[in-house]
Design a protein around this ligand. Structure first.
Ligand code: GAL
Length: 417
């Protein structure tokens, strides 16, 4: 069986690389949430590559950063018995859908192209169910990034990017005094959770992050370190402008571009926005990891739902192969702000922030400080993540004390497990 699959995929891929549009077509309906400037540009590169092979691409974008709206739409489609052919999905969510028998595998393509040899093992594991690939990864995003407008910093007399939370707070106080909003932020649960997890890593370190946000250890969740993390989150709340509720993340990025705000704490999809607006890293905007040591991993991937019909099935195989092609991984990630999921794509044409991301990723693997993003669905089941998002958002939008937050969070997590 394995050999037959391998052979079938190999002949299809040979047709693909020979540029034979007659054989390498197929149809896909792609459900994704990439609707901001940088995101749309990035997903556009996949659409173009698929169409260039003679395929038909039906676009199903569901607006809403972080993908919560897209996941609700996906569930409705599956319940209605009409799943899309390909879906932007990641982390444990892949396993959850696979367990329900909702996914097709693309193992034949993975065998023919030896994906195991070119993906970091940690990522390959996430893409597989029962030993077979059911998803193809497009990138490696880093969540613990801080973006800044150098002119805004200069106006407040800040010459260096902060490397500790105390330095961040001191810089933010200077910006406040200079009349500049220190932190551009959008008050949406996933964005609040993004701030929170970066702070947890910075305040507690990678082992603490893992204990609290991955292993859901009650001792870690109720610890003084967690109280200190909420204290820092409370500080950050004081540095956002009054119009933050509900704001989309890309509009927060635009505030930094315009110099209305100095910093944004956000994953490197924010860099995709800066780049799409023609901004140059190191000149128009600065990047630095958020204070602390480690790397918060987020990786986007596409899964292939159970659909029927030769054209759709072929579309899935062709799309999987395209996603993993080195050319696509390069073009896509140059636009998206991330780095390739494949380890063999040269980074020569990538910018200084991407190169730093890559170097820090290797260092984090080496010293065991690579942690999966809780906010971006890489760490824990959606149901438990939902408890974190609810609590963190309530904390951010109320006067709740850090002690109460820790207590309520630990209770909510215990209930959800
Ligand atoms: C993340 C996703 C990124 C980016 C971001 C904002 O969850 O992994 O690719 O799109 O949401 O929408």
């Amino acid at each position: 069986m394995q050999t037959i699959r391998k052979f079938a995929a190999a002949s299809m891929l040979a047709a693909l690389s020979a540029g034979s549009t007659a054989q390498a077509d197929g149809t896909v309906e792609v459900l994704h949430w990439w609707t901001s400037g940088g995101e749309a540009k990035a997903v556009g590169t996949l659409k173009e590559a698929f169409e260039a092979q003679g395929g038909t691409w039906n676009d199903s974008p569901i607006a809403g950063g972080g993908g919560d709206a897209a996941m609700t739409a996906l569930r409705a489609r599956v319940v209605a018995g009409n799943p899309p052919t390909a879906v932007q999905l990641k982390g444990p969510g892949i396993q959850e859908w696979a367990q329900q028998g909702a996914l097709n595998d693309v193992q034949a393509v993975a065998d023919a192209e030896d994906w195991d040899a070119v993906l970091p093992p940690v990522l390959a594991e996430i893409m597989k169910y029962d030993g077979d690939y059911v998803a193809a990864p497009v990138n490696i995003h880093r969540v613990d990034w801080m973006w800044a407008n150098p002119e805004a910093l200069a106006k407040a007399g800040i010459s260096e990017m902060p490397t500790t939370w105390d330095e961040f707070n001191a810089a933010a106080d200077k910006l406040m005094a200079a009349g500049i909003t220190p932190l551009a932020h959008g008050g949406q649960p996933w964005q609040d959770a993004t701030l929170f997890e970066d702070v947890v890593l910075g305040v507690g370190g990678a082992d603490f992050y893992r204990a609290a946000l991955v292993d859901l250890d009650q001792e870690a969740l109720t610890s003084d370190t967690m109280v200190a993390a909420f204290d820092q989150l409370r500080k950050l709340r004081g540095y956002v402008d009054p119009n933050f509720p509900g704001r989309d993340w890309n509009l927060a990025t635009a505030m930094v571009m315009r110099g209305e705000a100095a910093f944004q704490i956000m994953g490197d999809w924010a860099k995709g926005e800066f780049l799409a607006a023609g901004k140059v890293p190191g000149e128009d905007f600065l990047c630095a990891p958020t204070p602390g040591a480690g790397f918060v991993l987020n990786s986007d991937s596409f899964t292939f739902f159970k659909v029927s019909g030769d054209d759709n099935l072929k579309g899935q195989q062709v799309l999987a192969s395209l996603i993993m092609s080195p050319d696509f991984q390069k073009t896509f990630n140059l636009a998206k702000g991330s780095i390739p999921a494949r380890t063999d794509v040269p980074l020569d044409d990538f910018d200084v922030c991407a190169k730093k991301s890559h170097a820090d990723l290797l260092a984090a693997i080496e010293n065991d400080s690579l942690v999966p993003s809780m906010a971006h669905e890489m760490a824990i089941p959606r149901s438990v993540r939902g408890e974190f998002l609810d609590l963190v958002t309530e904390f951010f939008n109320s006067e709740m004390s850090s002690e109460d937050a820790v207590q309520r969070l630990s209770e909510a997590v215990a209930r959800a497990m």
